[in-house]
Design a binder for this molecule. Sequence first.
Ligand code: SAH
Length: 292
Amino acid sequence: MTEKAKRFPLTLSSLADKKPGTDQSKRSVATPQTATKNAAWENSRPPPRTAAGAPPLAPSSKAMARPAQSASHVDRSGSMVSDGVRKAMVDRVARQGVSDAKVLAAMEAVPRHMFMEPGMSSQAYIDASLPIGHHQTISQPYIVARMIEIMRDNQQGGVLNRVLEIGTGCGYQAAVLSLVAKEVYSIERIKPLHELARSNLRPLRIGNIRLHYGDGMLGLPQVAPFDGIILAAAGLEVPQALLDQMTIGGRLVAPVGARHQVLQLIQRTSKFDWTSTTLEDCHFVPLRAGTV
Ligand code: SAH
């Protein structure tokens, strides 16, 4: 692979030779997503494994324009100091139980700090969800990786064609998804966040993401069916419209619940049948109907 080929947007094939982890039963119990806990770095411990695959992105105009931050400043040679911090984040996510090398490589390639307000970017790689405005959050790195890992572990051997994300927020998870699926559709119901995601993603020049402004509870019937669907906001149940827009064999991952939420995996087994598996506790902002 040439250096050029490894730059963003990465092709699916550039990551396809990495062996995905598959055995979910052996995964360690994960921590729930929370904005308040574990801001501490785990840099002191040597990582048990590294995420093979995609290199970090080249510094973009947006990253270069930002003032020096502890997590993301540009040194004299122009390389991003955030690369090492992001690598540490990925090592931590792996220690938390995510083993899919392709997901870890995607997390290592996406500059998370570019999805934050400049004032927050020094915290971009901590193990927490963080505010992005409008009472919404960018999800904790672990849960982003975990949901994608669960979604990818599918009957087509992990090759995803078309995926849908409900809740674009700042666009971070869509960027990670763009490295593990051929086509990514993402819906956001809050107009300013939809626009924020658009401007965050623009400098990354990702060719396979389509952002939609609308109520994600309705899905995107004009584009369906989807091999994978991820909900980044928690409802009391998964909307039927989304179940209907899954391919047979498709996988949907969603937080479900109100105060107590669990991550649910729904698999479509036939035209009229779905199975549901409850995985682990989590904490997400609520799924809401309509647009604002
Ligand atoms: N995917 C984001 C997380 C965003 S937080 C990340 O990368 O970090 C969840 C988002 O879901 C919020 O922006 C919220 O506005 C949005 N949301 C909630 N209900 C929705 C709905 N019905 N349709 C679309 N977006 C919705």
